[in-house]
Unconditional design. Structure first.
Length: 264
């Protein structure tokens, strides 16, 4: 478990203050992708109860240990049969009989999926399809108008994946490829026009949240330079992050959205 991971999990869970929630970048309909999830499952367990689907990705060897951690640390289901006993009476018994099969099948981690993802060889556009997470299978009513299936994600998360200079180019390219599955954010166009266009497309741009611990300045500078070629980049302000992730903490959190004038 990286040191920054619990801090990011705490920050993401503050839905009343976190701008991702207050600006509806994240909501109950969101689908989130995590790159380099590791085995802890902490971010998945933090966000999954509040969103539609969470996809955790890493190398294949992570799968078994991640699943074990999910099973061991999953919260008790609030919808278990024992926690919502119906009132005595024939209608209550009938209601319970109808609800019981669905409750028995549902798991607190049922909306968390792991997928092996190689940043250098795998194709981001095929990920949702390979997991059968098409809009129809997730019940996305906004895509029932005959529009092509949405293969993108609302938010892409990465927590302390930037520590090796050799991984920077594949990492940035993978982030960009996932973001290209959604419309591009264009801040210079008229706001009403942009809202109308997004309403027609029914999809928002993917927002990337990249959190990292400061280690080697050269590695960070290389990542930032490579990232700024294809993304608009903002460092999250201290007043938004809080003291644990602010200046002097040794941690950095950046928000990225794909540029409309990409250089690659």
């Amino acid at each position: 478990l990286w040191k920054i991971t619990p801090l990011i999990a705490e920050w993401l869970s503050t839905s009343t203050k976190n701008p991702l929630w207050t600006n509806s970048i994240l909501d109950h309909t969101s689908t989130v992708l995590e790159l380099g999830c590791g085995i802890s499952s902490l971010l998945a367990l933090t966000l999954a109860p509040s969103i539609r689907h969470y996809v955790a990705t890493d190398q294949e060897y992570v799968r078994r240990l991640l699943r074990e951690n999910l099973d061991e640390n999953a919260p008790s289901s609030s919808s278990s049969p024992s926690s919502s006993s119906p009132r005595i009476g024939s209608k209550g018994r009938q209601r319970r009989q109808k609800q019981l099969p669905q409750q028995q099948q549902r798991s607190p981690t049922s909306n968390i999926t792991f997928a092996a993802l190689d940043w250098e060889t795998d194709i981001p556009a095929s990920l949702k399809q390979s997991l059968e997470l098409s809009p129809r299978s997730t019940g996305d009513e906004e895509n029932e108008d005959g529009d092509e299936e949405d293969q993108g994600f609302d938010v892409l998360l990465s927590c302390d994946c930037i520590y090796n200079e050799a991984l920077i180019a594949p990492f940035v390219r993978t982030c960009a490829d996932f973001c290209r599955l959604r419309p591009t954010y264009t801040p210079d166009e008229d706001q009403d026009q942009q809202k109308n266009q997004q309403s027609k497309r029914k999809r928002k741009p993917t927002v990337c949240i990249v959190a990292q611990q400061q280690r080697m300045p050269d590695v960070f500078e290389t990542w930032l330079r490579e990232t700024m070629r294809v993304f608009r980049v903002w460092r999250v302000a201290d007043e938004v992050m809080g003291g644990k992730l602010g200046v002097g903490s040794g941690y950095l959190v950046h928000v990225l959205v794909l540029r409309d004038d990409q250089g690659c």
